[in-house]
Design a protein around this ligand. Structure first.
Ligand SMILES: Nc1nc2c(ncn2[C@@H]2O[C@H](COP(=O)(O)OP(=O)(O)OP(=O)(O)O)[C@@H](O)[C@H]2O)c(=O)[nH]1
Ligand SMILES: [Mg+2]
Length: 361
C-alpha cells in the first residue's frame, strides 16, 4: 500500500512522516516549503495480534505488514501555475493508492500558517482545487494525445469518451472519485493515475485536548460530508516526542496526559479501511508474518500475495482465526479442538485469518 501525504506548507506533514517512519529524520521546521524533495519511507504496520500469535506458536521472529508513505512539498493556491511546480510536487504521488490530507486544526500563533488563519474548511477547498487542476492538466494532455488514434481505433475512441466525461466533471469542480463508472470505464482511467480518483483520508492534526474528538465531530469541523470518507484525529507533535520511547514508556506518557493514543495506529487502520484492505497471517516457528490483501480476496489470491505462482498452484488452505491460535497455544491444539478448517479455492479471506497453504507444483 502506498500513501501520498499532501497539504499546505508548514502544517506538520514531515513531523507526521517522521513519527510514522520512526527514525527517518525528514527535515521538519517552522517555515513553509521546508520540504522540497520528497521523503519516501516504509512504515511497519503495528498490530498486537502479531506478537500474540508469535508467543502462541513460539515463532522466532515477526514480520509486520508494511505501508509506503511519501511526504511531499507543501501545495499552495495557484501552485499549478508556477511553471508546473505544484504539479511537479504532485507527480511524486501519482503512483500512490491513497492521498492523506494532513489538515491543520491545531492553533499555535508561533507556527506560521500560509493563509494567516487556521480555517480547515477553506484550506481543504484550496488543496482539492489544486488536485483538480492537476488532473485537468493530465487529462487535457491525454485527450490531445489520443484524439488522432481514436479516429481509427474503436477502443481508444471509447476510452476517450470516458476521459472527456471525467474532464467535464473536473471542470465543474468535482472530484473524479465521486463519479459513477462501470468496470470498463474504470479500466479506461486506470493508467491516468488521476489524483482525485484516489481515496482520500483526512488526518486532522489537532492539539492534545482534541484527541478524543469523534470522526463525526471532526467531519463537521472540516466540512467533509461523505459518510464513507475516513477522518481521524492525530497529534503529530506528540507523536514526534514519543519516537524514541518504548511501548511501555509511551503508554505511561499518554496515561499522564489522560490520552489513550495519539492516533498513528488509527490512521493506518483508517487508510487500510479506505482502500478496502485487511490482513491475514502466516505462522510457523521460523516466523510469524502479516500479509496485506484486498477485502473479499479469495484464498488463492491471498496466496498470490506471497508469490504470484502460489495463486496458480493453490489447492487448499488450513485456516484458523488468530484468536483460536492464541487460545490453544498453536496449530495442533487448535486443530484437536476443531478450530482449523480446510478451505478451497472459493474461500473468502477474513481479517485475522491464520493460513497455511497447500500447493500443487
Ligand atoms: N503546535 C504544533 N506544532 C506542530 C504540530 N505539528 C507540527 N508542528 C510544527 O509545525 C512546523 C512545521 O512542521 P513540518 O512537519 O515541517 O510541516 P510540513 O507540513 O512538512 O511543512 P512543509 O515541508 O514546509 O510543507 C514545525 O515547527 C513543527 O514542529 C502540532 O501538532 N502542534
Ligand atoms: Mg515538510
Amino acid at each position: 500500500m502506498k500513501i501520498g501525504i499532501v497539504w499546505l506548507p508548514n502544517v506538520g506533514k514531515s513531523t507526521l512522516f517522521n513519527a510514522l517512519t520512526k527514525n527517518y529524520g525528514a527535515d521538519a521546521q517552522n517555515f513553509p516549503f521546508c520540504t522540497i524533495e520528497p521523503n519516501v519511507g516504509l512504515v511497519n504496520v503495528h498490530d498486537e495480534r502479531l506478537q500474540q500469535i508469535q508467543k502462541a506458536v513460539n515463532g522466532a521472529k515477526t514480520i509486520p505488514a508494511t505501508c509506503e508513505f511519501t511526504d511531499i512539498a507543501g501545495i499552495v493556491k495557484w501552485a499549478s501555475e508556477w511553471e508546473g511546480m505544484g504539479n511537479k510536487f504532485l507527480a511524486n504521488i501519482r503512483e500512490a493508492d491513497a492521498i492523506l490530507q494532513v489538515v491543520r486544526v491545531f492553533q499555535d500563533s508561533e507556527i506560521t500558517h500560509v493563509h494567516g488563519v487556521v480555517n480547515p474548511k477553506e484550506d481543504i477547498e484550496v488543496i482539492n482545487a489544486e488536485l483538480i487542476i492537476a488532473d485537468v492538466e493530465t487529462l487535457t494532455k491525454r485527450i490531445a494525445g489520443d484524439a488522432k488514434k481514436a479516429r481509427s481505433d474503436k477502443d481508444i475512441a471509447e476510452k476517450l469518451k470516458t476521459l472527456e466525461r471525467a474532464l467535464e466533471w473536473l471542470e465543474a469542480g468535482q472530484l473524479v472519485s465521486t463519479m459513477d463508472f462501470d468496470e470498463d470505464q474504470r479500466e479506461h482511467l486506470r493508467d491516468t493515475h488521476l489524483l482525485t480518483n484516489k481515496q482520500f483520508v483526512y488526518a486532522c492534526n489537532v492539539s492534545e485536548d482534541m484527541m478524543d474528538a469523534t470522526g463525526d465531530e471532526l467531519k463537521q469541523l472540516i466540512g467533509v460530508t461523505d459518510a464513507d470518507t475516513q477522518v481521524v484525529p492525530i497529534c503529530a507533535k506528540l507523536e514526534e516526542d514519543m519516537i524514541e520511547m518504548t511501548l511501555e514508556e509511551k503508554k505511561e506518557f499518554l496515561d499522564d496526559m489522560g490520552l489513550v493514543s495519539t492516533g498513528l495506529d488509527n490512521l493506518i487502520k483508517a487508510s487500510y479501511d479506505a482502500l478496502g484492505l485487511q490482513y491475514y497471517f502466516t505462522a510457523w516457528e521460523q516466523e510469524v508474518r502479516a500479509w496485506t490483501v484486498k477485502k473479499w480476496a479469495s484464498a488463492p489470491q491471498a496466496a498470490g500475495v506471497i508469490h504470484t505462482d502460489f495463486e496458480k498452484w493453490f489447492i487448499k488452505a488450513d485456516v484458523v482465526n488468530w484468536s483460536d491460535v492464541v487460545e490453544f497455544s498453536g496449530w495442533s491444539w487448535a486443530k484437536e479442538n476443531g478450530k482449523v478448517r480446510l478451505e478451497g479455492k472459493e474461500y473468502i479471506v477474513q481479517d485475522g485469518d491464520v493460513m497455511l497453504f497447500k500447493f500443487n507444483n
